[in-house]
Each structure stands twice: as structure tokens, then as C-alpha cells.
Design a binder for this molecule. Structure first.
Ligand code: CMP
Length: 138
């Protein structure tokens, strides 16, 4: 069993894609073991994306991530990190496979609807960034 962090970004929440995205997770047998809606401050967005702080898109990305509420979820399942990344599709929606969330709903490399942890170490950091142990059901 593995866990990963999934975020529905401000564009996804604004377009009312939350139910659609959750349905895709559940159809794949993934279990949501924690979920909350939050509106990040600039500092919180910068902390979450700290690994990207030297990238040219950092300021724009963190501003976008604070532009509206997001949904944070902890997903659980076998190989859930890879499974979630397959459901999301490539970061750049133009390169994402047909039928993936980003291919279908993203409008921009930045406004790409969802975020998912890319490895067990980042999943551990990202889950702890949003949830404490009491908020995650077994
Ligand atoms: P995400 O998977 O959340 O990880 C970093 C985010 O930065 C990415 O999705 C995009 O929303 C955003 N981003 C903007 N421009 C780029 C870029 N050129 N390459 C990668 N990520 C980008």
C-alpha cells in the first residue's frame, strides 16, 4: 500500500471538476483517506513548491496556486503514485495522453488542473504539508 498527495488546483475547483476527478480516482480502485478544501497564502504556496524556487515559473505558479481554493487529498492504494500520475497525464497538457485529466481539462502548462506527488519521498513531504496523522484515516 502506498499514499500520495493529490491537489485539485484553483482552475479545476473553479471549473467544478472536483466530482469528475474524484470519480476517476475511485473508478481505479483508489481510496481517499483524507480530504480538505483550503485557500493557500502566498507563503504556504511558496513552501509547498520550494523545490521549484529557482525556476522561471515560480512566481507565476505560486500566485496562481493562491488565486482560489484548492482541494487537497491523500490517496491510498497499490502503486498509487504512478497510478495517479497516469490518470493526470503529462505536466504539459499538449503532451498528455488522450483521456487523461490534463489532456481533457488543462488549458495551459501552469493551469493544469491537478498536482500529484512524483515519488515516495515527495509524497511524504507533501502529505505532511497538508495533513497531520489524526486527519488521515487508516
Ligand atoms: P505540478 O505538477 O504542480 O508541478 C509544478 C507546476 O509548475 C506544474 O505542475 C505546473 O503547474 C507549473 N509549471 C508552469 N510552467 C512549467 C514548466 N515550464 N515546466 C513544469 N511545470 C511548470
Amino acid at each position: 500500500m502506498e499514499r500520495t498527495l493529490s491537489l485539485i488546483k484553483p482552475d479545476g475547483v473553479q471549473k467544478k471538476l472536483t466530482g469528475e476527478i474524484i470519480k476517476r480516482f475511485e473508478n481505479e480502485g483508489i481510496t481517499i483517506v483524507a480530504m480538505k478544501k483550503v485557500h493557500l497564502t502566498q507563503k504556504q504556496a511558496e513552501g509547498f513548491y520550494a523545490v521549484h524556487r529557482e525556476r522561471p515559473f515560480f512566481n507565476s505558479l505560486t500566485k496562481f496556486m493562491t488565486s482560489g481554493p484548492i482541494i487537497a487529498m491523500v490517496l491510498e492504494g497499490e502503486n498509487v503514485i504512478a497510478k495517479n500520475r497516469k490518470l493526470m497525464g503529462a505536466t504539459n497538457y499538449k503532451e498528455a495522453e488522450e483521456g487523461t485529466i490534463r489532456r481533457e481539462f488543462a488549458t495551459d502548462i501552469e493551469k493544469n488542473v491537478v498536482h500529484g506527488s512524483d515519488a515516495p519521498e515527495t509524497a511524504a513531504f507533501e502529505i505532511a504539508y497538508f495533513f497531520n496523522n489524526l486527519e488521515i484515516t487508516g
